[in-house]
Ligand binder design. Structure first.
Ligand code: FAD
Length: 287
């Protein structure tokens, strides 16, 4: 069954992982996959060139998506960025995905290095029809608080709608820490005719520098309760990490109770995060 059709049946529960650094053997991801498989997610997505992995075009994303499907017996979503790719490179990579049996992709623009110019694609919505034409099920990114380069919330929604119009079957959001931001965004998206399911991407904060880096990269806001936790556990990294995981679990449960389409956990290749999230969601009767 195509991943997009799962959303009409239930709250889809999924994880994101990233490929190991290019200098590390692919086998380093085996333990993560084994632990995640036991939690029976509806899919596992694997990033493309993100997470400091040194992976990009020609990297390990397709090979890991294949492992997710064949070794972890779980549907895979391969992230796919386009801004530095030519159309012919995209065609080659689509062939590699098909050869690996991967049917679902997350179509993304990606980010350019300073001074770099886009090749054949400027925006994700231009990539989506290529992937659809290849018979793939296609997800795209959504930004509850707006993309970092997009200052106008109405533009943000227009760009979301353009991705749906280009053929996106579902969306996964950027991380956010205040669920009310998501509920407002969902309402605005629905009012603009966005009917494709939107899965909520949730990342626990694990430490002060990690979260500062993340919010400066993506423009998500840090609500007061998190700032208070960061202050309270400033000198206790273990307690801070635990508080971050608990905060994320509470967010997931609240979102599930508000009838969201999907819960997507940025597991960061750390099985205890995935386990805590799966337990919280199950304990709340959400799966
Ligand atoms: P787009 O939808 O193309 O948007 C990019 C910017 O252009 C936005 O500011 C948007 O508002 C604006 N825009 C869109 N259309 C137009 C238009 N017609 N005219 C003017 N402006 C426009 N990055 C990676 O490198 N690898 C990954 O694996 C990865 N995974 C991700 C997973 C998720 C769930 C999310 C939310 C992001 C991920 N990213 C990843 C980051 C992503 O590549 C960046 O956020 C990137 O800057 C934007 O990608 P996009 O697909 O949303 O681009």
């Amino acid at each position: 069954m195509k991943i997009a059709s799962l959303f009409s049946e239930k709250t889809v529960f999924s994880f994101e992982i990233f490929p190991p650094k290019k200098t590390s053997p692919i086998e380093t991801v085996y333990d993560t996959l084994e632990a995640l498989q036991d939690l029976k997610p509806d899919f596992i997505s694997v990033t493309f060139g993100a997470g400091g992995s040194g992976n990009g075009h020609g990297g390990q994303t397709v090979a890991i998506a294949e492992l997710i499907q064949n070794e972890a017996a779980t549907p895979a979503v391969a992230h796919f960025t386009c801004v530095s790719a030519t159309a012919s490179l995209v065609a080659t990579e689509v062939e590699a995905l098909r050869a690996a049996g991967v049917e679902t992709v997350l179509a993304l623009r990606g980010d350019l290095a300073p001074g770099q110019e886009p090749a054949d694609f400027r925006y994700a919505y231009e990539l989506i029809p290529r992937l659809k034409a290849a018979g793939l099920c296609v997800g795209a990114a959504a930004y509850p608080e707006g993309h970092i380069d997009c200052l106008d919330p109405r533009e943000n929604i227009r760009h979301l709608r353009a991705k749906q119009d280009a053929g996106a079957d579902f969306f996964i959001t950027q991380l956010f820490f205040n669920n009310d931001d998501f509920y407002r965004f969902r309402e605005a998206a629905e009012s603009a005719g966005v009917a494709a399911p939107i899965s909520c991407g949730i990342m626990p904060f694990l430490g002060k520098s990690q979260i500062q880096r993340m919010v400066f990269l993506c423009g998500s806001s840090l609500p007061a309760p998190i700032i208070k936790l960061l202050a309270k556990y400033e000198d206790d990294p273990v307690a801070l990490r635990q508080a971050g995981i608990e905060y994320a679990c509470n967010q997931l449960v609240d979102l599930g109770r508000h009838g969201v389409n999907g819960l997507h956990v940025y597991a960061m290749n750390q099985p205890d995060i995935a386990c805590a999230a799966a337990e919280a969601v199950a304990a709340a009767g959400l799966r």
